[in-house]
Ligand binder design. Structure first.
Ligand SMILES: Cc1ncc(COP(=O)(O)O)c(C=O)c1O
Length: 436
């Protein structure tokens, strides 16, 4: 296969110089596997990037995209629409927890996050509470890379280069507490009290200045942090008490990752706004969405009917290709029971991942549904190096994993079978040993 010139492309979230010395190129994908440009099969342990939940190149989705491109390639989303946008919003609403029934489309998780933050601010303003301008995020949170998202986000490397960001943002503490919770299977028992940080911020700023709190039900990109039992419930309670909107960023927990359509259902807590992306189209066409409670949407529906109610949207909101892919994706999830499949295979996955306890440098293992985090002790003076070397080693052995800092994060397609789980975990185990 002809090698491309690697010079011009500045790759995102990539060690560019290392990559260009030893490129890793995929040219094909199907089911649980990628094929490299050298013709090697690589088992996908991370659903692409937490998005290909139904596995790769699913025929129904491929066909829907091909047919849509030939039939209606583009339709303006402002003051115009096409039927599949309404159909997809309706299908997504049917999967959502009760009360969340309006859906706004974007093109990515980052756009969805910024959309949700703007909705929260504007909602308070249209109700005459425009003094609620503060946004609260959480340490180690990841909410994409746009200015709103990095402002409420809490991953230092994603923030420190980019100036002052949004004003009026504060953070509660993260919930990672290995001293009490290391090697917990499922939800940790300790840490619900971390939610009380929100009460401290209410006392500091006065709750009447706070618009919204945004958290990931399971923090993924920072290294898989599972919410302690009772923690999300407590956040919900404090928000209710003080008129603060609760936003769940379900970009990775959405569409079956934790054993239910959304993390909100797994953890039994309904937010006021929900951010999603990735699995909505099985990763095939970029798309994101924000779901809101009917009461939030309705608060905007005032004033003369010829006026735009919410001055926000993207050229590619509800793109026909994305909507077609989304509908075929939801069909595939439904036909194959994928949105609850993690409940069946999650036990086997948990056992396999936790079998890495006792391997060299493994200092914690965390899991929920089909998500696993394996935290390694860093090499002194070289944080992230051990995990990165293990990532490269696994790739050489034909398994794609993802690492963040010194944590290995696994999030395979929901079609995974036991033999794939065994292969992923055995490959990780061997690599951990080789890099001890
Ligand atoms: C929780 C969360 N929010 C937002 C995003 C950003 O999504 P995107 O990369 O589609 O902008 C991600 C991406 O991984 C994510 O995990």
């Amino acid at each position: 296969m002809r090698k491309p010139n690697l010079d011009a492309y500045w790759m995102p979230f990539t060690a560019n110089r290392q990559f260009k010395k030893a490129p890793r190129l995929f040219v094909k994908s199907e089911g649980m596997y990628f094929t490299t440009d050298e013709g090697r099969q690589v088992l996908d342990g991370i659903a692409g990037l937490w998005c290909v939940n139904a596995g790769h190149a699913r025929p129904k989705i491929v066909k829907a995209i091909q047919e849509q491109a030939a039939e209606l390639d583009y339709s303006p989303p402002f003051q115009m629409a096409h039927p599949k946008a309404f159909e997809l919003a309706d299908r997504v609403a049917q999967l959502l927890p009760e009360g969340l029934n309006k859906v706004f489309f974007t093109n990515s998780g980052s756009e969805s996050v910024d959309t949700a933050l703007k909705m929260a601010l504007a909602y308070h303003r249209v109700r005459g509470e425009g003094q609620r301008t503060r946004l609260i995020g959480r340490e180690r949170g990841y909410h994409g890379v746009n200015f709103g998202g990095i402002s409420v986000g809490g991953m230092v490397a994603n923030r420190k280069m980019f100036g002052a960001m949004l004003a009026g943002v504060d953070h509660i503490r993260h919930t990672h507490d290995p001293a009490r919770n290391a090697f917990t299977v499922g939800q940790p028992a300790h840490g619900a009290e971390f939610a009380d940080d929100l009460l401290n911020l209410c006392a500091l700023h006065d709750p009447s200045t706070i618009a919204a709190v945004i958290v990931e039900p399971v923090a993924g990109s920072t290294g898989v942090l599972i919410p302690p039992a009772g923690y999300l419930q407590k956040l919900r309670q404090i928000c209710d008490q003080h008129g603060i909107l609760l936003i769940f960023d379900e970009v990775i927990t959405g569409f079956g990752r934790t054993g239910n359509p959304f993390g909100a259902q797994t953890f039994g807590v309904t937010p006021d706004l929900m951010v999603m992306a990735k699995g909505i189209t099985n990763g095939c066409v970029p798309m994101g969405a924000v779901a809101v409670k009917g009461s939030i949407h309705d608060a905007f529906m005032t004033g003369p009917e010829h006026l735009i109610e919410f001055f926000h949207g993207y050229t590619y909101s509800s793109h026909p290709l994305a909507c077609a892919a989304g509908l075929a994706t939801l069909d595939t999830y439904e036909e194959e029971g994928l949105l609850t499949r993690a409940q069946q295979i999650g036990g086997y996955f948990a056992e396999a991942v936790h079998s890495l306890k006792g391997e060299p440098n493994v200092i914690d293992i965390r899991n929920i549904g089909l998500v696993g985090g394996i935290e390694l002790a860093p090499i002194a003076g070289s944080p992230g190096k051990r995990a990165f070397d293990i990532f490269l080693d696994c790739y050489d052995k034909g398994v794609l994993i993802r690492t963040t800092g010194d944590t290995i994060a696994l999030s395979p397609p929901l079609i995974i079978e036991r033999e794939h789980i065994d292969r992923i975990v055995d490959t990780v185990r061997d690599a951990i040993r080789r890099h001890a």
